[in-house]
Design a protein around this ligand. Sequence first.
Ligand code: ZN
Length: 201
Amino acid sequence: MEVSRTFEAPASGYAVAEIKAEGLVRIVNADGGQVGDLFAFVAEKRSEYASAPHTRSITRRLFPSEGEFIFSSERRPMLQLVTDSSPGRHDTLYAACDPKRYEMLGALPDHRTCATNLEEAMAVFGGLGMPTPQPFNLFMEVHVSESGGLEVTPSTAAPGDFVLFKAIEDVILVLSACPMDVYEISSGGLSALRIELLERK
Ligand SMILES: [Zn+2]
């Protein structure tokens, strides 16, 4: 397997990539410890998107594990999680950070956000055209207590850890290197993530 193309999401920024059906794509935690909000849209019908709530209800898990699928808002498989080299902790419960979130936390008004990263990324496709979908928060470690409490601890993903997906159909992927720095959800400071398209040799 060889990397045919690379798209870098710089710290607090984003990357966008179009993946063909059957294509393999790796989301790489370049320096480790960085949380990445992953969004995906059906290329031919962008109103259909990778849906965390639909996926949870089908897989009956907080996040699909190796071999399982990410399902669309129309309950069709969009991506298959093939391999996960990270500790395997990802979140599907926390909404993407957005301007209101940072305002509530007292951050500066121009703080970057995953929601605006997504909007900027989708501008080249004619705009997002919908509210921000619930993202798949890769490498984000959210713990659910017996009583239903949620606790977030800093990501323990190591440098070079990755999640490998196979596209089931043509998809547009948007990856936001989450700029959250008010709470420590990423560890070791904010850093870059990479989307790598793989080619079978
Ligand atoms: Zn974020």
